[in-house]
Design a binder for this molecule. Sequence first.
Ligand code: FES
Ligand code: FES
Length: 181
Amino acid sequence: MTQMTVNDRPVRFDMDPQTPLLWALRDAANLTGSKYGCGVGDCGACMVLVDGEALRSCLITLAEAEGRFITTIEGLSEDRSHPVQQAMVAEQAIQCGFCTPGIVMAAAALIQRNPDPSEADVREAVPNLCRCGVYPRLVRAIQRAGRVARRRERISAAPAPGIDMEDAARAVPALRADSAE
Ligand code: FES
Ligand code: FES
């Protein structure tokens, strides 16, 4: 059994302590925002904050995460109002979105320790792979997020998704409460 804090809540995983943190977050805690891209530490799609540091959760075991404070994309803000999230939307730095959660977490850690990063700083701190190739926009977005964090600029918060479970159920029949019928 492994205990840690995930998104400010105490969590206990009754799993093999050698299980990768990413597996536990996605499959046991249902926090599917962190993505499984490569599983070997190359892509960064699985980045989470561990005691404030952006780390690849596919490379961390539950045993290594014991007692630590984990933040996933779900816990970064309640309403997508984190400066990185606002700037990513404002700069349209998202295409398919698969890499986005990991990039947002890496960028959030960067902005926290250096809210005025150079392009080189961004490229070093956010080495994530994006198969859609949004790299130039990412640099702009992350630097803009820094300006927002420094209160040099304001961006209206990204709009709420506007999708509730009832609406989703209309489009995805399997989500309906009566889907077993
Ligand atoms: S899934 Fe972890 S680095 Fe690719
Ligand atoms: S936006 Fe598609 S992989 Fe990055």
